[in-house]
Ligand binder design. Sequence first.
Ligand code: ARG
Length: 276
Amino acid sequence: MTHTTRVTPRSRTYLMCSPEYFAVEYAINPWMNPDEPVDVDRAIDQWRRLRDVFTGLGHTVHTIAPVPGLPDMVFAANGATVIDGKVLGARFRYPERQPEAAAYLRWLREHGYGRDGALVRESVAVNEGEGDIAFAGRAILVGHGFRTAEAVTPDLADLFGLPVISLQLVDPRFYHLDTALTVLTDDVAAYYPAAFDDASRATLAGYFTELIEAKDEDAEVLGLNAVSDGRHVVLPEQATGLTAQLADAGFSPIGVDLSELLKAGGGPKCCTLELR
Ligand code: ARG
């Protein structure tokens, strides 16, 4: 199936955090092995290439200063959820990452969010930002099972004024929604069916008009941890099958290598918080 027209790419604004202090010092997901060495210089090079891909596509990239002692802070997607200028702060499940929430909120406040005091909300419920919360145009999708608590639903619905669709993640390798599903346009997503329970698969089939199903080998290199601007889809270059599927579906895939960050269970989307 070949589509000649996709949604026009819309320029985006992203927040990223350099992996200067990146390390795998603890294991909070099955990808992390503190005994396996990481090459920080290589991680920085790979991260810079990702940033340059975004700016090359015409997107704006802001950066937040990394904090020593917070080795996962490079995964900016987890730092907050920002839709329509409103912010829901993150609350991390594991103590190792909990201080990141305040750092991201501080950056957002310093950059004008919540200047009137009303639109930045801290969360009582555990939620790991865009790691588990995906804006899909007419609704917000939330992944549960490993990190984000169900209790975040009323906060999301109330703050952003959109319906909230809960999805159950069932495979610990795909511990955040953004490792198992990527929203490509308001109507099209790619996902890994085996990462969800039956009810969630049915929900997704009802919501999206087109669903691209990733194969095991592409999901297993975190190929779904992708960033779409409506046409260009930045994804791990190792996900060759998914790259071909996206091209067949009329998107312009762009592969990047984030092999060092994959050692922490991260990919391009994890490094990217969209400021809407
Ligand atoms: N090591 C990090 C963790 O387990 C990786 C986070 C990846 N971020 C994401 N948005 N999936 O929390």
